[in-house]
Design a binder for this molecule. Structure first.
Ligand code: NIG
Ligand code: FE
Length: 412
């Protein structure tokens, strides 16, 4: 909990001086200190300074990183980490030319993972997710949002939410929970979509809120899934219970989902592959974070969200993995940086800001995590590189050397 880290070649602080997020040109300002040192007390960053001046207090563990690079722990603000089964057969079908939508319409997709997840025990789901979370930590991600959404019945959704909350209590990573009962229509409500929306509004949301099982509510607002009216009903009901809205918006088609999110003060609207210029104008006048998910576009060979336009419009942009078995089977934020730089016209500096501070803003946590600043949680990751730009540049390998979570050096 008390720790002194010294001889940091580049301390990439992403300092925001109390600001919730960075926008526009500020996203390129990483506030890097060279030859730096960090004093951590009780899991909190206490002092930041030059390694020649800042010296360890007595009886403190010292980590000499010998010129390596230190970044804030990544904040992965959009994942679907609790699921059973896998869908490599769909991956192969796409390689043969089938589309994500065709596979879903033929009974695969979300419903295939729903079947596997419904069959799994709580213990199995816990173990599967625990392993994934630990591996995410190993890759430098210290704060992780997890959505339910592969249960799609009251019992199965509650099972997933309980697993998420057990992990939140037990796991080293900081976890944030989201209820995504509105991820797809389950077979029981195949011919009664509004009946499922009512079940969510009248039964699931009150149950979840009463037991404090989720902080956020999310809806897959998309053609063939939840329309604007159904999405709005769920958002409004969730708000009466104190849940904060997020949305899966404009992934496959564009019909006003992002605007709906902005209208209801969603903390973030996520995906945005099909975001229009008109929607960008609306988001500009809101507090909503635009979260882009590079892995989903890469994995499904879909268009990329217009990240450049979003940043240039002054909208806060975050990057997350969307880790899930269908559209993004990857939880490495390091690889997200690479895709953002090579495919989305972002600079390494913008990508790092989007993956740390702005990800924290997408979870309402930027006062606690997302940058290395005095008073914040000591979630700092040491990379075995000499220059932070080497991380996205040399892709496909894990550059993490050590992970410090709440001031504790994790042993994997
Ligand atoms: O964010 N788009 C909706 N949900 C997930 C994919 C879910 C799945 O295919 O299992 C996503 O991409
Ligand atoms: Fe998602």
């Amino acid at each position: 909990m008390n720790l002194f880290i010294t001889n940091i070649g580049q301390l990439v602080t992403v300092a925001s001086n109390g600001k919730r997020c960075k926008t526009g040109k500020q996203m390129r300002e990483l506030h890097i200190l060279e030859n730096a040192a960090l004093l951590i007390e009780n899991g909190i960053i206490k002092k930041i300074g030059n390694a020649n001046e800042l010296k360890p207090v007595e009886d403190i563990d010292v980590v000499d990183v010998e010129g390596k690079v230190v970044l804030p722990g990544f904040v992965d603000s959009h994942t679907h980490t609790v699921f059973a089964g896998s869908r490599e057969h769909e991956f192969a079908m796409r390689a043969e030319g089938k589309t994500y939508q065709e596979i879903a319409e033929a009974g695969g997709g979300i419903l295939s993972t729903m079947n596997a997840t419904r069959e799994a025990s709580k213990r199995d789901l816990y173990r599967l997710a625990e392993r994934r979370l630990t591996d995410m930590l190993r890759h430098g991600t210290t704060t992780i949002e997890i959505k339910s959404g592969y249960g799609l019945s009251p019992e199965a959704e509650m099972k997933i939410l309980e697993v998420m909350n057990d992990l939140k209590r037990d796991h080293y990573a900081t976890l944030v929970t989201t209820f995504l009962g509105a991820h797809a229509f389950p077979p029981e409500y195949k011919n009664d979509h509004n009946g499922y929306v009512e079940k969510i509004c009248n039964y699931m949301l009150p149950y979840i809120a009463e037991r404090n099982l989720a902080m956020f509510v999310d809806v897959f607002c998309e053609k063939g899934y939840f329309d604007l009216h159904q999405t709005e009903q769920i958002i409004l009901e969730a708000k009466t219970h104190g849940l904060i809205p997020k949305l899966h918006a404009d992934q496959l088609s564009s019909f006003g989902a992002a605007e709906l999110g902005a209208k209801h003060n969603a903390i973030s609207v996520d995906h945005l592959e099909q975001l229009t210029d008109a929607s960008i104008e609306v988001l500009k006048n809101s507090q909503t974070v635009a979260t882009v998910l590079p892995a989903a576009s890469f994995f499904l060979n879909h268009p990329y969200a217009p990240a450049r336009k979003i940043i240039d419009a002054g909208i806060p942009l975050a990057i997350a993995t969307d880790f899930n078995p269908g559209s993004a089977m990857c939880y490495s934020m390091q690889i997200m940086l690479t895709i953002a730089c090579t495919q989305m016209h972002m600079t390494p500096e913008e990508a790092i800001t989007a993956a740390t501070l702005n990800g924290a803003a997408a979870l309402g946590l930027s006062q606690e995590v997302g940058s290395i600043e005095v008073g914040k949680q000591a979630d700092v990751v040491v990379y075995d590189v000499k220059d932070y730009r080497y991380i996205p540049y040399h892709f496909g390998v894990n550059h993490v050397w050590k992970v410090v979570k709440n001031g504790v050096v994790l042993e994997f």
